[in-house]
Design a protein around this ligand. Structure first.
Ligand SMILES: [Fe+2]
Length: 293
């Protein structure tokens, strides 16, 4: 039987060897080896295979322009976080976390220090001050910081018609010292959507649907590798059981009480240089060293 499985896999791999795109060929080869290995190792039955196909079909049918159930599935399986870990640009750079299903492009432009609260639900205000710098600590001016966060009820505007579509969303640039700051409502833990097939999967496996409280940020700057990340609340009780496995220690911050009643948090984002920039800098340093010798 093992020989038959091996022959079958070899035939399938050979069928894709003609793909002209080298990277596509690599990805398919690795994927097929793992998928065939899974079928063989698990002794997958026809009934189980058909249930798997039905589940994936249901995941696809649950997708809408405002809901990405496949992304949610990737998140709860830890695959999104595995991709984040695999592509972390540098050990000193701010680690990435999941994009999540609620990112909406084209956030409104906000001035430094602006409140992103377009629908005030009475929650506690959180003033985030931050800097964007290189892994060597050099401030990066004109970096773009794209922010989105949930309201105090744990919902994003796409889930909650009572909120302005721009609520808790904003895009701003860093100043000459790499600084940015904004005000949001204190993020709260929330359940991922449980009314679709991914919810069924979590119920069937007895897993918690709760996400640890966080603010989302995408930070990008010319010449640097951008990062999609979170700022986590150190007081959240779901930090160690985040349903999408995105909690990472360097992203956890203590929210401090200020005299004006707001909470405050500091968040430094460190970006690694683009590989081409890094190699050019290394070449320049090597040339300079050679000239000195
Ligand atoms: Fe979120």
């Amino acid at each position: 039987m093992a020989n038959l499985q091996s022959e079958l896999l070899n035939d399938v791999l050979a069928a894709f060897e003609t793909a002209p795109d080298v990277r596509l060929r690599q990805l398919l080869r690795s994927l097929l080896i793992h998928l065939h290995g899974f079928v063989a190792e698990a002794h997958l039955s026809h009934d189980e295979w058909q249930k798997g196909i039905a589940f994936l079909t249901a995941v696809g049918r649950a997708c809408t322009p405002d809901r990405q159930e496949f992304m949610l599935l990737s998140d709860v399986l830890g695959i999104s976080s595995a991709v984040d870990v695999a592509k972390d640009s540098h050990p000193q750079a701010t680690p990435g976390t999941v994009l999540g299903p609620y990112y909406v492009p084209n956030s409104p432009r906000r001035q430094p220090g602006a409140s992103l609260i377009d629908t005030d639900d009475g929650g506690q205000r959180l003033h985030v001050t931050g800097t964007v710098c290189s892994i060597d600590g050099v401030p990066i001016a004109n970096a773009a910081v794209d922010i989105w966060s949930c309201a105090s009820n744990g919902l994003y505007p796409a889930q909650d018609p009572a909120q302005s579509p721009t609520n808790m969303r904003g895009l701003m640039g860093t100043d000459a010292s790499g600084r940015f700051d904004f005000v949001v409502l204190r993020p709260t833990n929330y359940s991922i959507p449980m009314d679709g097939p991914v919810g069924e999967l979590l119920r069937a496996t007895g897993r918690s649907p709760m996400r640890a409280a966080h603010v989302h940020l995408i930070v990008s700057a010319a010449g640097y590798q951008g990062v999609t990340t979170h700022l986590f609340d150190s007081q959240c009780r779901y930090l160690s059981s985040d349903s999408v496995f995105s909690t990472r220690k360097p992203l956890i911050r203590q929210f401090l009480q200020s005299a004006n009643g707001e909470l405050t948090a500091c968040f430094e984002v460190k970006l690694a240089p683009q590989p081409a920039v890094a190699s050019a800098a290394a070449a320049a340093a090597a040339a300079a060293a050679a000239a000195r010798s």
